[in-house]
Design a protein around this ligand. Structure first.
Ligand SMILES: [Zn+2]
Length: 428
């Protein structure tokens, strides 16, 4: 007797809908959420399995809430209208992609006629543009009562033509996540529209100074901030962000040893708990950790710092980048207990100073995590040996030993963050 076989057509309705919903959950959490071809989407596939399934899938509004369009490709307007209709009153996640070419005025017209009547339902919105701002214009004076997540991404290569982006000036009272890539935002005359933002990412190659200070000043609830900093003028504006807990700064290459310290000194963030500095060099790290004071900033609760060197630099081989030894514990970070060094140049020297046999005690230090590439910055094996020696000598002297982990860096470090996978090879 053969076992009963389960085919997709024998599944109950609820399970079928659950499968489709599960497929969509991944799409929303991916960084490029939703971007893909319409035909690969589970609601399409499942709605074509049989008549019975078609009715189930088409009748489940939650399955038609992830919407993506470039307005131009064949059938996209009809598909868009179908999603709006089938999602009924559900909240929507929408991606608008600017097509590579469109007739003058067409995008403005389509956004106004098709998207604006549904804009009150949009919960997540991503707009990717590269030619001009025709697609963004209609959103300027609109209110978005349910919008929580907004991304505006410029992916073209013109810099000069970009005017600041103005959106949703009539109110976005639930907006908590705002990411702007290679565009600047024109601040609303009603500053309160940014009041609910807790997560802000300002990435790109714009002139940061006055703009960043003005934007962050309008976000009184900000807890997470991601910034690209390309240049710090001598009289730079400072950022006073009393609520900030997490700060990620990506730094343009700079040869000055005090550059990292200049950047950190821009922030007055007394609640900051985690700091990631992407683009640092070992001499800059040592300089920062040696500082005896930061007159206008204090970091009393900062427990975790990551220093990431993104490329392969020549700091260790060329003269002109002298490394000055540092002596722990760092005065300006009294609570620092988790130190992360990833592909960091001068890592060997940093480890020796911070943790080696002759180092001063650093009681709050609980964990050291090191990521190294095979052939750069002290080499993986060299660092492993240095850590081994350091741990041994600490134990022999009866000193507290932090938890130490060493992993091999395989990924690109441009986008490294605290959620990036780490495959620890050695630990002590
Ligand atoms: Zn370097």
């Amino acid at each position: 007797m053969s076992a009963p076989t389960t085919t997709i057509s024998s599944l109950p309705y609820e399970l079928l809908v659950a499968i489709a919903v599960a497929g969509q959950e991944n799409r929303v959490t991916e960084s490029d959420w939703g971007i893909g071809s319409t035909t690969s989407k589970s609601e399409w596939t499942l709605s074509q399995v049989s008549h019975r399934f078609r009715d189930v899938i088409v009748g489940a509004p939650a399955l038609w809430t992830l919407i993506e369009t470039d307005f131009i490709s064949e059938g996209s307007v009809e598909i868009l209208k179908l999603y709006f209709q089938r999602s009924r009153a559900s909240k929507l996640s929408v991606i608008l992609l600017e097509p590579s070419e469109a007739k003058d005025g067409l995008l403005r017209e389509r956004v106004t006629e098709i998207i604006l009547p549904q804009v009150h339902r949009i919960q997540r919105l991503k707009i990717v543009w590269d030619l001009d701002q025709e697609m963004l214009g209609p959103f300027r004076d609109v209110a978005v009562p349910h919008l929580e997540h907004l991304e505006i991404v410029y992916r073209g290569d013109e810099v000069a033509v970009r005017a600041p982006v103005a959106m949703f000036w009539s109110g976005a009272s639930r907006l908590t996540f705002l990411k702007i890539v290679r565009s600047t935002l024109q601040l609303s005359p009603q500053p309160s529209w940014m009041a609910s933002i807790t997560h802000l990412e300002l990435l790109g190659d714009y002139d940061p100074d006055i703009y960043l200070a003005a934007v962050t000043a309008q976000c009184p609830s900000l807890t997470r901030l991601h910034l690209d900093i390309t240049y710090v003028p001598p009289d730079a504006n400072r950022f006073h962000i009393p609520t900030l807990k997490f700060l990620y700064i990506s730094i343009q290459d700079n040869e000055r040893a005090d550059y990292l310290s200049h950047i950190v000194a821009l922030f007055d963030a007394p609640a900051l708990a985690e700091l990631i500095l992407n683009g640092s060099h070992g001499d800059q790290v040592a300089f920062l950790l040696c500082l005896k004071s930061l007159p206008q900033s204090s970091f009393p609760v900062l427990t975790s710092i990551s220093f990431i060197c993104t490329g392969s630099c020549s700091c260790e081989t060329e003269p002109g980048f002298p490394y000055h030894p540092l002596s722990p514990p760092p005065v300006i970070f009294p609570a620092l207990s988790h130190l992360i060094l990833i592909n960091q140049c001068h890592a060997y020297s940093l480890i020796k100073d911070i943790f080696g046999p002759a180092s001063h005690p650093w009681p709050p230090l609980k964990t050291i995590t090191l990521g190294a590439k095979d052939n750069s910055n002290g080499s993986f094996e060299g660092l492993g040996a240095a850590l081994e020696d350091a741990v041994k000598s600490k134990r022999q002297r009866g000193e507290p030993v932090p938890e130490v982990q060493l992993f091999r860096v395989v990924s690109s470090l441009e986008d490294w963050d605290e959620n990036s996978p780490v495959d620890v090879e050695r630990s002590w």
